[in-house]
Design a binder for this molecule. Structure first.
Ligand code: NAD
Ligand code: IPM
Ligand code: MN
Length: 354
């Protein structure tokens, strides 16, 4: 049976990096002997401007049929407000498909300079709660537009929702260095994050081998910059996880590197894979977007689909390219164009396969 993949290239550089991801995916399918059935979906800001919706209701049913979804990036802030585009597509997909784990690995790639002194070899996986919390969407605006306006955006943590994310993080930590950092702001927010911390302490009793460290998220951000090698698995809420993972991407050397797996671990719905970065309007249309985050997303997708050997080969080829430091896009200090990076990765894959 072929793997059925739904593609949503989206906007800006999303439409430039997804075809590159598909090129490496198709090459790997040929080499590793699996079949692909790929369906392209046009949902984007351009679609919105034509149809008045980011995504029709029927799209959820269609997308649900796939084994996995690969998404580029959504957002065209000059033409569509970001909260309209993102809350019309990416956030509802995460919430309606119950993609409650957002897994974001962060480690520097060989040969690439990081902004950190001595280029420390950190290796962190962020487990970001991805279905509720600060992104629950609860709230409203009272007396809108008046001097007395009040805007409410309520964080919603359910015990079940927190517990399943926390449990996932513990299960991951036990397979890695057995260290779990919990990042909250329970010093300032006395309901939601206090409950979150309690859940972490409760689940921790079932994992006596995992060393749990509680951080205030602001201090964890500082720790990330000062000594990221102290961190192994980090568990965080939706918003805190979002902020920490862009920081981690910058510490890897570029936001063009890290990828993200939006997982429904029960496999009731297809999981969604994407770069961490956005549509990058400042460089869109120039053919210079770094496609590595998208390859990495393809790697995470292959791993999830059970093609671990293909995922490993892909990351080895990517690392062989970065180690040589010849074919790098401008965000990494090079002059390569997006498609040239793919060619270099495909050549490395051929060498590995030969
Ligand atoms: P961004 O990630 O798009 O860009 C931030 C900076 O990083 C820019 O300078 C950009 O040029 C650079 N950058 C990002 N990806 C790169 C790549 N692959 N290669 C080289 N440089 C890269 O974040 P932003 O500017 O805050 O957001 C732009 C738009 O994207 C907004 O509409 C935002 O809402 C949206 N967004 C979408 C997603 C998503 O769909 N997953 C994620 C983040 C932001
Ligand atoms: C991400 C993005 C999204 C988020 C936005 C675009 C809604 O920044 O995937 O990290 O905040 O989750
Ligand atoms: Mn983000």
């Amino acid at each position: 049976m072929p793997y059925s993949i739904g593609l949503i290239p989206g906007d800006g550089i999303g439409t430039e990096v997804i075809p590159e991801g598909v090129r490496v995916l198709e090459a790997l399918a040929a080499w590793f002997g699996f079949d692909l059935q790929i369906t392209d979906y046009p949902y984007s800001c351009a679609y919105y401007l034509e149809h008045g919706t980011m995504m029709p209701e029927a799209a959820f049913e269609a997308l649900k049929q796939h084994d996995a979804i690969l998404l580029g990036a959504v957002g065209d802030p000059r033409r569509v407000p970001d909260h309209v585009s993102l809350r019309g597509l990416l956030v509802p997909l995460r919430q309606r498909f119950d993609l409650y784990i957002n897994l974001r690995p962060a480690r520097p790639l060989p040969g690439l300079p990081t902004p950190l002194k001595g280029n420390p070899a950190f290796d962190i996986v962020f487990v970001r709660e991805n279905s509720e919390g600060e992104y629950a969407g609860a709230g409203g605006r009272l007396r809108q537009g008046t001097p007395d306006e009040v805007a409410l955006q309520t964080t919603v943590f359910t015990r079940k929702g927190v517990e399943r994310a926390v449990r996932y993080a513990f299960d991951l930590a036990i397979k890695r260095q057995k260290r779990l950092a919990n990042a909250t702001k329970s010093n300032a927010m006395q309901y939601a994050f206090v409950m979150w911390d309690e859940v972490v302490a409760e689940v921790a009793r079932e994992y006596p081998d995992v060393e749990v460290t509680r951080y205030h998220a602001d201090a964890l951000a500082a720790m990330l910059v000062r000594d990221p090698t102290r961190l192994d698995v980090v568990v965080a809420s939706n918003l805190i996880g979002d902020l920490l993972t862009d920081l981690a991407g910058a510490l890897q050397g570029s936001l063009g590197l890290p990828a993200s797996a939006n997982l429904n671990p029960e496999r009731t719905y297809p999981s969604l894979f994407e770069p961490v970065h956005g549509s990058a309007p400042d460089i869109a249309g120039q053919g210079i977007a770094n496609p590595i985050a998208t390859y990495w997303a393809v790697g995470l997708m292959l791993e999830f689909l059970g093609e671990a050997a293909a995922a490993r080969a892909l990351m080895q080829a990517v690392e062989a390219v970065t180690a040589e430091g010849r074919v790098l896009t401008p965000d990494l200090g090079g002059t390569a164009r997006t498609g040239e990076v793919t060619r270099a990765v495909l050549e490395k894959l051929e060498e590995v396969e030969a």
